[in-house]
Design a protein around this ligand. Structure first.
Ligand SMILES: Cc1cc2nc3c(=O)[nH]c(=O)nc-3n(C[C@H](O)[C@H](O)[C@H](O)COP(=O)(O)OP(=O)(O)OC[C@H]3O[C@@H](n4cnc5c(N)ncnc54)[C@H](O)[C@@H]3O)c2cc1C
Length: 283
């Protein structure tokens, strides 16, 4: 199993909604088999201020040693790492698409995406099966009575790939919180999918999402639940499903994708560490 660390080059940038930039990258070193699985995450390396492009950690045969090589880069030159989802690999090509939520200029990733232009290069760590869930989504979905997906716009790329992978006959319900009506995106699926769009309209992140799931009349039986988005909202959703709906913890895959008022570089909070421990115990 490998974990490639390579440069990727922007070939196209499109605004698919007012607050989402879809950036197509040429990923020359991508093996033919990767980037086609649903919910495939990668880490992107962004340049530091003043750098034209990021300095990448050295490659090695050991898939996990890239992080040591990353830490060995002097801090002033070390690239800023952010996690993203491969929205699509264009069939038969080495072109991959990533959807960036444009949440403002406070973070290097969103600020970069707002100004991205063809020819610019970033580093990409992955994609790799090393980052794949221990129980594949399709397997977990097939074993459950129905599937629940809940997240905000940062989770929308993953949700889109997950519902597209669901086969006919599966019952799925998705709750997606976006900033406003203009941020809705079409979701394609062969499954029996019901999508509930929630608009934040100035409310705190996750408030609309957590409230809508609580108020919803959901199908009977045990679901497999996939939750991602702002970490506090994901935590509240998971607690609600376990405590109020009796969903077993083992039937919930959850990931805090970002933290309100904290960057991805800030140290983990006690709650983040507790989440990580629960995820580790479940894997
Ligand atoms: C596995 C995984 C997959 C992900 N996939 C995607 C994806 O496909 N597309 C995508 O856009 N994001 C995705 N994310 C989320 C993304 O990594 C975070 O939003 C990240 O914080 C963005 O980095 P930044 O440099 O823009 O902001 P940071 O420097 O991390 O944060 C700066 C400030 O912006 C705030 N902030 C960060 N993200 C948001 C947001 N979305 N809305 C409002 N405020 C925010 C922070 O609270 C902080 O105050 C994913 C995260 C994970 C863990």
């Amino acid at each position: 199993m490998t974990l490639p660390v390579t440069f990727v080059e922007v070939v196209e940038v499109r605004r698919i909604t007012p607050r989402t930039a879809r950036v197509t990258f040429e990923a020359g070193a991508l093996a033919d088999s990767v980037g086609v699985a649903p919910d495939q995450q990668v880490k992107l390396c962004f340049p530091r201020p003043g750098q034209a492009e990021p300095e990448l950690p050295a490659q090695s045969d050991d898939p996990m040693s890239w992080y040591q090589a990353y830490l060995a880069i002097p801090e002033a030159a070390r690239p800023l790492l952010r996690s993203f989802t491969l929205r699509r690999r264009r069939p038969g090509t080495r072109l991959v698409e990533i959807d960036f939520v444009l949440h403002g200029d406070s973070g290097p990733a969103a600020a970069w995406a707002d100004r991205a232009a063809p020819g610019q290069r970033l580093g990409m760590v992955g994609p790799s099966a090393l980052y794949a869930p221990t129980v594949p989504f399709a397997e977990a979905a097939a074993a459950a009575d129905w599937v629940l997906l809940a997240g905000d716009e940062t989770a929308l790329p993953a949700i889109a790939t997950l519902v597209a992978a669901l086969p006919a006959g599966v019952r799925a319900v998705a709750f997606v919180e976006v900033a406003d009506e203009a941020e809705r995106q079409p979701l394609e699926s062969g499954a029996e999918l019901a999508v509930h769009w929630l608009t934040r309209c100035g409310r705190a992140p996750g408030e609309a999402l957590v409230g809508a799931v609580r108020a919803a009349g959901l199908p009977g039986g045990t679901p497999f639940a996939w939750l991602a988005g702002e970490a506090g909202a994901v935590r509240a959703l998971r607690r609600q499903l376990v405590e109020e709906r009796g969903v077993p913890k083992s039937s919930i895959d959850f990931t805090g994708y970002w933290r309100h008022r904290l960057t991805q570089d800030d140290a983990p909070t006690a709650e983040d560490l507790a989440d990580a421990q629960e995820r580790f115990a479940a894997s």
